[in-house]
Design a protein around this ligand. Sequence first.
Ligand SMILES: [Zn+2]
Length: 74
Amino acid sequence: MANTWVVVDRIPDCDMCKLGPYPRTAPAYADGKTEMGPWANMCQPCFDHYGIGLGLGLGQELLLPGNAPSKEAI
Ligand SMILES: [Zn+2]
């Protein structure tokens, strides 16, 4: 039972990159709780900046079905 990742059919766009003065589109690395409180899809740089970690109640790394087996040891 892993709480640090979740398999999704499609990687969503980073929610944080859409905000701000220079909106851009980036594939999300994780769906997680931000230091501001709300949950968001975040790319790696945004997760490093706004995320509070991976785990139950914190966030889950987003993986496509083909990427999941390598994470089975977690
Ligand atoms: Zn981002």
